[in-house]
Design a protein around this ligand. Structure first.
Ligand SMILES: [Ca+2]
Ligand SMILES: [Ca+2]
Ligand SMILES: [Ca+2]
Length: 249
C-alpha cells in the first residue's frame, strides 16, 4: 500500500466513522406551518349549525357536541399534516423508525372532551362542509377509524380538556405515524370528534392563524435510523473505500 492509497483508505475510514455517528443519532423532526418552509398543515371545522359553510380559512377549529341554540348542534374538526414522509430534508425517511410523535395545539377555549380518529378518506380543507360529509364525520371504519388513536375528557359540560400554563395541549399520535409510515393506513389526518353529551366546546388555534404563527398545530416526531439500513450504509461506504484504494493502487 503506497502513501496515496493509505491516505485514501484513511479518508474512507474517517468518512465512514463520521457518517455512521450521524446516521445512528436519534433525530427530532418538527412540522408546523411557517417553520423551516413547511406548509403542509390542513385544518377545518364542519358545523351542523351552518351545514354548507366551509371553515378552511378559520383561525381556529372548534369541536363541540352542542354548539349553538337548541340541542345537538355538533361541530367536528379535521386536521392533517401532508408531506411527512420522503427523502427530503426534514422529512421522515423510509429508513427512520418512529419512536414518538406528539401533536401540540394551543387551546383557545377549554371544553368537555374529544377523540382523535384517523380519517380513512381524503378530504379538502377548503370545500369540506357538514353536508358534504353527510351529517359530519362518523367514526364508523368507513369515514374515520372507529377506534380513536387518542381520547380525553367526558361527555358532560365540564372543562376536562385544558392546556398547560401556556395554553398548550399535547396529543400522543405515535400510533398514527407508525400506521402511515408502514402503509397500513393512508395519511388523511384525523377527525376530531366530541363526546356525546359533551356540551362544552373545545377550540384550538388553526394553521391559518396569522397573528401567532408559533401557536399553530405543531407535530414533533422523534426517529432513529433502522439498524439494518445503518449496517448496509456502512458496508456501502466501506466498499467505496476499497474501490478507491484499488483505483489509486
Ligand atoms: Ca385551515
Ligand atoms: Ca358522514
Ligand atoms: Ca369551551
Amino acid at each position: 500500500m503506497n502513501a496515496k492509497t493509505l491516505s485514501l483508505a484513511l479518508l474512507a475510514a474517517s468518512t465512514l466513522a463520521a457518517s455512521g455517528a450521524q446516521a445512528a443519532a436519534p433525530a427530532t423532526l418538527y412540522f408546523q406551518d411557517g417553520l423551516n418552509g413547511y406548509a403542509g398543515t390542513r385544518d377545518t371545522e364542519i358545523r351542523f349549525p351552518e351545514p354548507n359553510v366551509n371553515g378552511g380559512g378559520n383561525w381556529s377549529v372548534s369541536v363541540d357536541f352542542d354548539d349553538g341554540p337548541g340541542d345537538n348542534n355538533p361541530t367536528h374538526g379535521l386536521l392533517a399534516f401532508d408531506d411527512l414522509f420522503g427523502a427530503g430534508a426534514g422529512q421522515i425517511k423510509p429508513t427512520d423508525v418512529v419512536q414518538n410523535a406528539t401533536l401540540r395545539v394551543y387551546i383557545q377555549s377549554v371544553g368537555s372532551g374529544w377523540t382523535w380518529n384517523e380519517m380513512l378518506q381524503p378530504w379538502d380543507e377548503y370545500t369540506a362542509t357538514w353536508n358534504s360529509w353527510t351529517d359530519g364525520i362518523q367514526a364508523d371504519d368507513v369515514e374515520a377509524l372507529a377506534a380513536p388513536v387518542f381520547s380525553d375528557g367526558a361527555g358532560n359540560g365540564a372543562a376536562n380538556v385544558v392546556g398547560d400554563i401556556d395554553g398548550y395541549y399535547y396529543v400522543d399520535v405515535t400510533d398514527s405515524l407508525k400506521k402511515w409510515q408502514s402503509g397500513t393506513l393512508a395519511n388523511n389526518g384525523w377527525a376530531i370528534l366530541p363526546f356525546v353529551g359533551g356540551t362544552n366546546g373545545i377550540d384550538f388555534q388553526a394553521g391559518d392563524d396569522l397573528d401567532y404563527p408559533l401557536d399553530r398545530p405543531l407535530l414533533t416526531v422523534q426517529v432513529v435510523p433502522e439498524p439494518e439500513t445503518y449496517a448496509l450504509m456502512l458496508a456501502g461506504l466501506a466498499l467505496v473505500g476499497v474501490m478507491a484504494g484499488r483505483r489509486a493502487a
